[in-house]
Ligand binder design. Structure first.
Ligand SMILES: [Zn+2]
Length: 119
């Protein structure tokens, strides 16, 4: 079964390019098992429907030396128009406490400045 390594959508046999992001599809057998990833090394730290927020936090975390990974998934089962992307930000489990307090600090700063919090 061909799978897009970016969107993680599965496609029928014979399709080689993801219609959504133009990535070359890989066989689902070759795809690193995301379940394994999240169980062993990575912990979900932040979920949003705004990709730029995840990008922003990723940048902040990286500037603090914390490695992170963004997984975004569009909900194509939902027929309504609009932005239905679910963006998840993962950090390594050992970085989780640091990353969490970092994001909390980030949220406080934003509120102080009268901007939107990350909630
Ligand atoms: Zn794709």
């Amino acid at each position: 079964m061909p799978v897009c390594p970016n969107c993680l959508y599965e496609y029928i046999e014979g399709i080689t390019i993801c219609p959504d992001c133009n990535a070359v599809l890989v066989d689902s057998e070759d795809l690193p098992k995301f379940e394994d990833l999240s169980e062993k090394d990575w912990a979900l730290i932040f979920t949003t429907d705004e990709e730029y927020k995840a990008d922003m936090i990723k940048d902040y975390l990286e500037s603090a030396g914390i490695e992170s990974m963004i997984m975004s998934q569009k909900d194509r089962n939902f027929p309504a128009p609009g932005n239905l992307t679910i963006v998840k930000l993962f950090v390594r489990k050992e970085d989780m406490p640091d990353a969490l307090s970092f994001i909390q600090e980030l949220g406080k700063d934003k509120q102080k400045n009268g901007e939107d919090s990350f909630e």
